[in-house]
Design a protein around this ligand. Structure first.
Ligand code: RIB
Ligand code: NA
Length: 307
């Protein structure tokens, strides 16, 4: 499938509790509104891209539990190709414990569970499928050896490789050199380059450090300031949209999924970033990860209201 965007990554059951403010070490506080919601950076990005309208294949491991079964069904309902979504026997689906503060900020602890089973050996049977894609999009909630194998094989086959390096982990030079694009946020960019990223100027310096390692283009998200692009199409800051935040969980995932899908559709970098900013802005006004990810029509309506 030549126009397929393949997402490789995690699936998590997000155990969400709302709090006024985060507890300090040793403190017990009362939260409210406990819910178990679909999440995981891989699944969130795949859902965002599918709802944008891209032809999505998802490579993931989930548990052989009720949550995993329901997630696989939900992915199909979002129109994804789930042939490479694998249910691992006797393993629970990945877990995230999420606290959402009154200002919309979150604090997350993850436990990989079935996501840790997405080993190179588990990926192996799907490598031919992967080689036929146009683009591969990954994050870092999967084993690093698997992320590397997928990137190297994709690169060899001429598949564009986009890495959203979240959560932040050190990356090998070989992996960086295999990437078409990397999309860190400020803290991830700092961790990868040692440069404190706070604005367009520092983002530019960090981006060039990553490009010197062989990454073709760099897109650094800067929260409310927007996103800084540095690559073959030039250098610029593309501002985002200001909205009242309810829950920022998966805003970055929504941005990445919509961005990759928009590029896949043939939009230029500026138009794709604008679409991605709109999708992320909508997502932060709603609770939860996948429950907050908009469909294409909502993104188009949002952008019309801004023009
Ligand atoms: O990026 C947000 C996601 O991070 C949540 O859905 C949670 O599962 C963690 O993976
Ligand atoms: Na949200």
């Amino acid at each position: 499938p030549a126009n397929k965007l393949i997402v490789l990554g995690s699936v998590n059951a997000d155990h969400v509790v709302q709090v006024n403010a985060f507890p300090r070490p040793g403190e017990t506080i009362t939260g409210h509104g406990y819910q178990v919601l679909p999440g995981g950076k891989g699944a969130n990005q795949a859902v965002a891209a599918a709802r944008f309208g891209a032809d999505i294949g998802f490579i993931a491991c989930l548990g052989s539990d009720d949550f995993g079964t329901r997630m696989e069904q939900a992915f199909r309902e979002d129109g994804m190709d789930t042939r490479a979504v694998m249910a691992v026997p006797d393993m629970p689906t990945g877990i995230a414990f999420i606290q959402i503060a009154a200002n919309g900020e979150n604090s997350i602890v993850i436990s990989a569970e079935a996501n840790a089973c997405l080993t190179p050996a588990m990926l192996e049977p799907h490598l031919n499928y992967l080689r036929q894609a146009q683009t591969l999009l990954m994050q870092l909630e999967s084993p690093m050896e698997t992320v590397e194998l997928a990137a190297f094989e994709a690169r060899k086959a001429g598949v564009a490789v986009i890495l959203n390096p979240a959560p932040a982990r050190p990356l090998s030079d070989a992996l960086l050199a295999a990437l078409t694009m990397i999309t860190p946020n400020e803290t991830e960019a700092e961790m990868l380059t040692g440069i404190k990223v706070t604005d367009a100027a520092s983002a530019c310096t960090a981006a060039h450090k990553l490009r010197d390692k062989g990454v073709q283009s760099v897109l650094i998200t800067l929260g409310a300031q927007g996103a800084y692009y540095s690559g073959p199409e030039g250098e610029r800051l593309i501002p985002g949209f200001r909205v009242q935040a309810t829950d920022t969980t998966a805003a970055g995932d929504t941005f990445n999924g919509a961005f990759a899908a928009a590029l896949q559709e043939g939009l230029d970098v500026d138009a794709a970033i604008r679409m991605a900013h709109a999708a992320a802005a909508i997502s932060v006004t709603r609770l939860g990860a996948q429950t907050s990810i908009p469909y294409r029509a909502e993104i188009d309506t949002f952008l019309q209201s801004k023009s």
